[in-house]
Design a protein around this ligand. Sequence first.
Ligand SMILES: CC(C)(COP(=O)(O)OP(=O)(O)OC[C@H]1O[C@@H](n2cnc3c(N)ncnc32)[C@H](O)[C@@H]1OP(=O)(O)O)[C@@H](O)C(=O)NCCC(=O)NCCS
Length: 335
Amino acid sequence: MTIQQPTDLTHAAMLGLGVHRPERVVTNDEICEVLDSTDEWIQTRSGIRTRRFAGEGETLIGMSISAAEKALAAAGVEAAEVGCVIVATSTHPEHTPASAPQVATALGITAAAFDISAGCAGFCHALNLAASMVRSGAEKHVLVIGVEQLSRFMDPTDRGTAFIFADGAGAVVVGPSESAGIGPTAWGSDGSQAHVITQTPSCMGLRSHTDADHPVVQMEGTAVFRWAPFAMAEVAHEALRLAGVSVDELDAFIPHQANLRITQTLARNIKLPDTVAVATDVIDSGNTSAASVPLAMEAMLRQDEASAGDTALLIAFGAGLSYAGQVVTLPPLAR
Ligand SMILES: CC(C)(COP(=O)(O)OP(=O)(O)OC[C@H]1O[C@@H](n2cnc3c(N)ncnc32)[C@H](O)[C@@H]1OP(=O)(O)O)[C@@H](O)C(=O)NCCC(=O)NCCS
């Protein structure tokens, strides 16, 4: 007996991009009403001026649906044509059930739908899964969503995290294309540094904590700062090598929006020419973890810093520690 398998290998690309930016803009001064810090310190150390927090009625599932609807419209793909929905998130409030089936159902999709957790690198992981599915012929269109509601998982008095993290969602439709629009992914992990970014206490740990009703993100910021700009430079070179693209052939560099200083150091370490546009959405949006790469793509396209069809290097890194990067062709936005 022979098991039938699709053999029509094809190219994959991002066909459309959509985002949801929560309405509530939160300034550093508002953060400092509770946090022992200043606007000047936050801007100097992180580059962040404002971020957005989900307001009343804005949920992780609702933000995902909103971003996905725009991505489908930009791609000109009907919900019924989607063969799989992948939601990358670390802040869905329940371990079970996953968020993706509810997002899919709200969009009228009955296809496979599941969540993945790879911290701030989640979107670039999901993009690799989606591209692999499309290339292999397993699915024609895959909806990838990066979404976070980190404001629900923060201690507003924690000087190491309260000014950094924020909320939002970004989605892309991955589908077949005539040429490769998503390069091979350079990815990996380092579980020996699992303690560097955590949700504490763990869900089970809550049982023994009398003073906590939900986990909050904790981070050894200095350790992340020592690791990311150097380890990610190697990942950037590997992604470029795999794609056969040189650094000066790039139009845009869109790293995870962790911190402006990390982005600047990373750009220097990979010897990025001045001609390459660099994403700086962290200034307005803070660090939205798995949502940050698609949000940063959207900001560059909306502000005409880059155009659909341009060649960009994506790199994301975070809790795990986990990381992934790939060279991509930038998708169109819904107008
Ligand atoms: C979090 C981060 C901005 C802190 O900056 P830092 O320069 O490492 O700060 P440190 O923790 O070494 O503290 C430096 C000084 O600032 C003070 N400080 C720390 N947090 C502060 C805050 N929020 N406001 C004001 N002062 C603060 C410290 O008390 C210390 O003071 P001292 O020099 O008098 O002892 C930085 O480590 C960072 O950006 N890390 C990467 C985080 C990140 O991007 N994470 C995303 C992961 S995906």
